[in-house]
Structures are given as C-alpha cells and as structure tokens.
Design a protein around this ligand. Structure first.
Ligand code: FE2
Length: 180
C-alpha cells in the first residue's frame, strides 16, 4: 500500500522535510486503509460529484492542484520576498492533503460513487483534519485542510491556505462550466 501511495503522489518529493513527507504519506495510507475506495479507484473516479458527467479523474485533479499551488507560491516568493513569507513545504503538504478526507466522504455502490454516511455528516475538510492529526501533521497544514473549501470562508486563511484554496477553485470552477 505504502509504495502504491508513493507512486500515486510523485509530488511528495517536493516536500523537503523528510519527517513531514513521511507524515503526509502516513495520512494517505491511513485514509485508504479506512476507505471503501481503492487506490485504483482514484485513477478512475471523477474528482467531484458536484459536476455532472465529470471526466477529470480524482488523482489528475489533485495533482494539478499541487502543481498550481507550488508554482504560484514560488512566483509569489520571487516577487514579494520577505514582504510575504511563504513556506513551500506547508503549501505542498496542504495541497496533497486537502482532499484526503474524501476517502471517507465517498463510497461505491453498484460501481457508482456516492456520498457515504460519514460524508453526509462530515465533509472532507473535517475528516481530513481528523486523519492528519492522527498522523502528527502540524496545525499549519491541518489549517489548510480545514480551510481549503467553502467552510474556510468563515475563518482567516493563512497565506499558504489562500494559495491552496485558489489553486483548488481555479481548477474546479472552470470545469464546472464546461458543459453549460
Ligand atoms: Fe476539497
């Protein structure tokens, strides 16, 4: 399982801190151990149930978000320097973990992905934080998981959380409009 998760997430190598990288990997392994979904499902299922007939796979979307967040953060560091401190390890870890809770939000019934009972009561920002804290993920990164989606509009996002939130939404909203 661990090796398969590592293969699914080549972006783990962008995390410089070895201990943090291991904890991020641990969180995904724990989530998949508790999930009704398999790793193979993540290459096939749509990344969201909110878009009808969405053809973009879960993992394609998640990996795109990590790259968009990482590249945006590097550009902001280049142009804003010490006027806007940004921790790249926090950005990348937060982007990799933002949707880890979806492993508990979905289930497969007759081959179709639907919202699970857990998902009806706890959306993925909540289950994601729970999984991440179990694996020792620091609060700055749990904050990104908690605040990356609409729930985060109610809190003051950190700079790293803003970056991941926008990377996530800029690769979600346009796809939502493709078939309109
Ligand atoms: Fe999300």
């Amino acid at each position: 399982m661990r090796e398969k998760v590592r293969e699914m997430w080549p972006e783990l190598d962008l995390i410089k801190d070895n201990q943090l990288r291991d904890k991020v990997l641990d969180t995904w392994v724990l989530a998949l151990e508790q999930s009704p979904l398999t790793i193979e499902d993540l290459y096939n299922i749509p990344f969201t149930l909110l878009i009808k007939d969405c053809k973009v796979s879960f993992i394609s979307h998640k990996r795109a978000v990590v790259h968009i967040a990482y590249e945006s953060a590097k550009i902001m560091i280049e142009f804003f320097g010490e006027n806007l401190p940004i921790d790249l390890d926090i950005v990348v870890s937060g982007a990799i973990l933002a949707d880890v809770g979806k492993m508990l939000e979905y289930e497969k019934i007759d081959g179709k992905i639907v919202v699970s009972k857990t998902g009806r009561y706890l959306r993925h920002p909540f289950t994601g934080v729970s999984l991440a804290r179990t694996c020792g993920i620091p609060d700055e990164i749990c904050h990104i998981i908690a605040a990356h989606a609409k729930e985060g509009d109610l809190v003051i996002r950190s700079t790293e959380a803003f970056i991941v939130h926008h990377a996530d939404f800029m690769s979600f909203l346009p796809l939502k409009n493709v078939n309109i």
